[in-house]
Ligand binder design. Structure first.
Ligand code: NAI
Ligand code: MG
Length: 483
């Protein structure tokens, strides 16, 4: 059944002013499963106006921080009640296997909301050292209207990374979902409305990047943009945001190194390195897409790794036993195929995969792919593929690994596999990345700040740190002299 969705503005469901709609496709079948209103710049204006009104004069701002936190916590409880439903909607919209949506993506998303619900009444300023004849203190205040532009790989989770801290700090928000995956976010905001989040606090403008996204990023009455997506679009967003000098946080692409030393626990290194690249079909910003294996264990490790990669069950995302679902779109599939061709052209050896799978109807399935004999200067070692394609590179020793790992424009994440404590700490310091995993990969925690260095962006989402991005400091100076 094809469902219909409108824009969510000022607590109401409304058509786009133009009356336009677009189709959301289920990547598992290639079939349209929802028709969604297509916001233009005028709709973004409406949404920003509603968010501004809610921020300046609505009940939201007058509410005590504890009550705000309580409402967010109620929304989290609603999400637990609807967790299976949200998981199904999400998997249908973006192709993530249902077992992963149910056991990883949705619980992690709700955990983030609970984490920030608890922080709503812990936003604090400071009393400053000052002489007796004056009083200096700081207030930590919300910024105002937040614009959130989110991608399609983890729509609910990456929305929540922005929505939860923004609301906990007392801001209001306009969310622009990715055009490929608008549905789950629209279902999510229904739950927030049900628990009594006031009108205008959350608004959702579904639509395309060049129109709705651009209008939001350049809007003069938006106070901050939080973005996750490609480095190229991140650059455009920074430019657009410069119009009114609004701050931006950018969580962009990566080409993250995952480094296996010869003293690692082999089995776990194999399994988690496979998870690191094949989880979510490789459509993960922190994917361990450059796998560095020490020469001395190369054959042994790769034997096991290829067995593991070959064992992955690719199929319908709604099937409970599926381990890898479809890619997001035909366009994205073509991009991945292009990189496979370039890899072969430049002399890498395609050990397994590299081709489409004709599974369910017209879904966008690709096989787990391994390239060996890759050197760090090849295109497939330098550019983000964002698919189930790993580039395996040999290294000699610690120094060699560090030089190669850091030789990239990106710096989002890195993994190290070793049982040598000193080496682990040396590498953790030496790697230029926002997150370093030691003897694990791709794990996230609501309390742990996440974000990039270099062209992977800036700003840290999650953790207590994220609250800083959604608040600003005001200094108050009170003269205590009698006259
Ligand atoms: P994208 O960065 O273009 O899209 C992400 C979001 O930005 C979407 O909501 C889109 O509508 C919006 N957007 C696009 N152009 C915009 C503009 N000019 N102004 C404002 N908003 C705009 O990513 P896309 O095209 O879907 O994927 C391309 C590549 O980006 C992927 O192959 C992958 O390499 C990377 N990517 C990285 C993600 C991450 O988690 N860091 C997530 C999605 C994509
Ligand atoms: Mg794009």
């Amino acid at each position: 059944m094809v469902k219909k969705y409108q824009l969510f503005i000022d607590g109401k469901w409304v058509d786009a002013i133009s009356g336009k709609t677009f189709e959301s496709v289920n990547p598992g079948s290639g079939e349209v499963h929802a028709i969604v209103a297509e916001a233009g710049a005028d709709d973004v204006n409406r949404a920003v106006r509603a968010a501004r009104k809610a921020f300046e004069s609505g009940p939201w701002t007058k509410m005590t921080p504890s009550d705000r936190g309580r409402l967010l916590y109620k929304a989290a409880q609603k999400m637990w009640e609807k967790a299976d439903f949200l998981a199904e909607v999400e998997s249908q919209d973006n192709g993530l296997p249902i077992s992963d949506t149910k056991s990883i993506a949705i619980p992690a998303t709700i955990d983030v909301l609970e984490f920030y619900a608890g922080l709503a009444n812990k936003v604090q300023g400071e009393t400053l050292a000052s002489p007796n004849n004056r009083f200096n203190y700081t207030l930590r205040e919300p910024l105002g209207v937040i614009g959130a532009i989110v991608p399609w790989n983890f729509p609910l989770m990456l929305t929540m990374w922005k929505l939860a801290p923004a609301l906990a700090a007392g801001n209001t928000i306009v969310i622009k979902p990715a055009e490929q995956t608008p549905v789950s976010i629209l279902e999510l905001v229904k739950l927030f409305q049900e628990v009594g989040i006031p009108d205008g606090v959350i608004n959702v403008v579904t639509g395309f990047g060049e129109t709705a996204g651009q209008a939001l990023a350049s809007h003069p009455d938006v106070d901050k943009i939080a973005f996750t997506g490609s480095t190229k679009t991140g650059q455009l967003i920074m430019q657009a945001a410069s119009k009114n000098l609004k701050p931006v946080s950018l969580e962009l692409g990566g080409k993250s190194p995952n480094i296996v030393f010869d003293d690692a626990s082999l089995e776990k290194a194999v399994n988690m390195s496979a998870f690191g690249i094949y989880f979510a079909q490789g459509q993960v910003c922190a994917a361990g897409s450059r796998l560095f294996v020490q020469e001395s264990i190369y054959e042994k490790f790769m034997d096991l790794f290829i067995k593991k990669a070959n064992s992955i069950r690719v199929g319908n995302p709604l099937d409970q036993s599926t381990e890898m679902g479809p890619q997001i779109s035909e366009e994205h599939l073509k991009k991945i195929e292009h990189y496979v061709a370039v890899g072969l052209d430049e002399g890498a050896r395609l050990t397994i995969g590299g081709k489409r799978l004709n599974k369910e109807a017209n879904g966008y399935y690709f096989t787990p792919t391994v390239f060996e004999n890759v050197t760090n200067d090849m295109t497939i070692a330098r550019e983000e593929i964002f698919g189930p394609v790993v580039s395996v590179i040999k290294f000699k020793d610690e120094e060699d690994a560090l030089i190669k790992a850091n030789d990239t424009i990106y710096g989002l994440a890195a993994g190290i596999w070793t049982n040598n404590l000193k080496r682990a700490h040396r590498m953790a310091r030496g790697l230029k990345a926002g997150t370093v995993w030691v003897n694990t990969y791709s794990l996230l925690d609501s309390a742990a700040p996440f974000g990039g260095t270099k062209q992977s962006g800036f700003g840290r989402e999650l953790g207590v740190q994220a609250m800083e991005m959604y608040t600003q400091t005001k200094h108050v100076w009170i003269d205590l002299n009698e006259n």
